[in-house]
Each structure stands twice: as structure tokens, then as C-alpha cells.
Unconditional design. Structure first.
Length: 305
């Protein structure tokens, strides 16, 4: 059972498990363009998979879907509703995937960029250049896995590319729901500081640090650090957190673009906007950056005359 819609803004697919081969992107459309209405909202949207904000009840659906496989041009065997909403920063895609046998919906994979070939899944391609040759690829399953990459017209998919986005799914008595947002979730996140403090205490650790890859002129990563274990709510420029992140990148991506170093933006969320430089040399991590002198003088210690 395969469900798919093809349009000028989005190429979207909902799939049940099937015996496909190696992971490939859904084919880009060569049919006449279709259009869809994107509803504008001024109210905040909580990406939780519930689709319970008022805008989702009034947003236009993108229209009837058609199959590409196995019966091209035929109506899907199951109903799928897709709504598009945007605000000043983000595009939100709400999907309700109805299923006549909801207890048989499969979502087994949770790892980033996992293969979803054996799962029910939703796949979205954003052809932002409108050339029908390449697209940004996003996919998820009922377990909420994040899979993204770059798709090409020959069906090949490069999942080495990672975007900053968010998706939440929810199973219902009628199927499952997915909610996508192409937002910088890191900068907009409002952490539960009490929960972080409890985590630090339970694990005898400093706390929590998170990071996101960025495509900015002045920095490559955005970092936030919450060292509740030493009594700090949020650190605007953390050597320890950035050292930990750099060690992780060096171990997991030894040949990646960040393997030798990168630039970090940290502290903007609390008004401190630090710019840090990270170097990775032969397994050693160096964290530094430009500084401003606020105190100057001479310090002596020892026995007084």
C-alpha cells in the first residue's frame, strides 16, 4: 500500500512496509504542477504531534493524493490529510495518516537517518529550486525517527546532509499523526532547568549540553550548555561543553568537514552571544576565542614583607 502526492511545493509520500531495495528517494514529479495553499498563523505552534492548535482546524488540505506505486495514477487505498502552515520563521507540515488497521502500523526504527524501508513512513521532498532534479528530503515513521538528506533525479539519496528540523508523531485509534517544523529548535528551546538539575544529580555529571549544525557565515555550530551540576543555569561560553562536543565529533566524524575545527555561537539566548573557536589536533581539543580586557593590573601573592 503506497500513498503519495506530487506538487510544486512538496513531493510527499506515505508508505507501508514493502520489499524495496536500497534506500532511494521518491521520484521527482514530471507531471503538470499542482498548487497548494499555505495558511499563515500568528499564534505559536507546539510541535507535539497533536495538531490541536486552532490553525490546523482551519488550514486547507493540499487535495486528493494519487499513487505512484504500485498503481500509478490510482486513488490511494487509505486516506491521508496534509496541511501546510507557516509563520515568520518556519514551515509546518501536518499529516494525518489514516489506517483501516491501526494496530498493524509499524514503526520500529528510532535512530537518526535509519532505514525506514520496513516501517510505515512519511517522506517529504522540498524542491526549493523548482528544477525537478534535486530536493531536500525529510522522512519519519510512527516512532518519530528523523531521517533527512539530499535527493537527486536519479533516485539516489545522500543522508550525510543533516538539517535543523523537528518532527513529532502520535498514534491514534485511526492511524498516526506527524508534525514537522523546519525551525532552529535549539535556539527556541525552553529547557526544564529542574529536570536538568535532577539529571545532573542522578548521573553525577555537570548537566546537559546540546548543539546544532548551522549554515551561517560566522559560525558552524550553535551550542547551549546547562551545567546544573555546578549550580549554573546556562553557561554563555563553556569550554567543558565545547570540548565534549568536539571530542564526540572527532570520534564519530573523523573525515567530516568539522573534524579539524570549527566556529561556535553560544550564549545568544541569554544575551551574551559568545564566539568561540575550536581546534582538533591529533585527538587533542583546543577551545578559545577573542576576549575583551575588563581588568588590568599586577597580582602578587606570597608572604608579605
Amino acid at each position: 500500500m503506497i500513498r503519495r502526492v506530487l506538487g510544486t511545493l512538496v513531493v510527499f509520500g506515505v508508505f507501508s512496509p514493502s520489499a524495496f531495495g536500497a534506500p532511494q528517494a521518491p521520484p521527482l514529479t514530471t507531471t503538470a504542477p499542482r498548487t497548494a495553499t499555505v495558511t499563515i498563523t500568528l499564534e505559536p505552534i507546539d510541535v507535539d504531534g497533536a495538531l490541536n492548535e486552532p490553525v490546523w482546524r482551519t488550514a486547507s488540505k493540499i487535495g486528493d493524493l494519487t499513487q505512484r506505486q504500485p498503481d500509478e495514477g490510482e486513488q490511494p487505498t487509505e486516506r491521508t490529510d496534509v496541511m501546510l502552515v507557516r509563520d515568520e520563521r518556519n514551515l509546518y507540515i501536518g499529516v494525518i495518516a489514516y489506517d483501516s488497521e491501526p494496530k498493524r502500523v509499524i514503526g520500529s526504527q528510532m535512530a537518526r537517518d535509519a532505514s525506514l524501508m520496513a516501517d510505515d513512513r512519511i517522506e517529504i521532498l522540498l524542491d526549493t529550486f523548482r528544477d525537478q532534479r534535486s530536493a531536500f528530503y525529510f522522512a519519519t515513521n510512527p516512532a518519530g525517527a528523523l531521517v533527512d538528506g539530499l535527493a537527486f533525479s536519479n533516485g539516489q539519496l545522500n543522508t550525510e546532509w543533516d538539517a535543523i528540523w523537528e518532527v513529532k508523531t502520535r498514534r491514534t485509534d485511526e492511524g498516526w499523526v506527524a508534525e514537522f517544523a523546519s525551525e532552529d529548535a535549539l535556539r527556541g528551546w525552553h529547557p526544564d532547568h529542574a529536570a536538568i538539575a535532577a539529571l545532573a544529580h542522578a548521573t553525577d555529571s555537570l548537566g546537559l549540553c546540546i548543539f546544532a549544525r548551522c549554515r551561517q557565515r560566522d559560525y558552524d555550530l550553535a551550542v547551549r550548555a546547562f551545567p546544573a551540576g555546578v549550580g549554573i543555569v546556562e553557561d554563555p561560553a563553556s569550554g567543558a561543553a565545547n570540548g565534549l562536543i568536539a571530542a564526540l565529533i572527532a570520534e564519530r566524524e573523523p573525515g567530516g568537514v568539522l573534524a579539524r575545527g570549527y566556529r561556535v555561537s553560544q550564549g545568544r539566548e541569554i544575551g551574551r552571544d559568545a564566539a568561540l573557536l575550536v581546534r582538533i589536533e591529533d585527538g587533542d581539543v583546543w577551545v578559545g576565542g577573542a576576549t575583551d580586557t575588563v581588568v588590568a593590573g599586577e597580582l602578587r601573592w606570597g608572604e608579605l614583607d
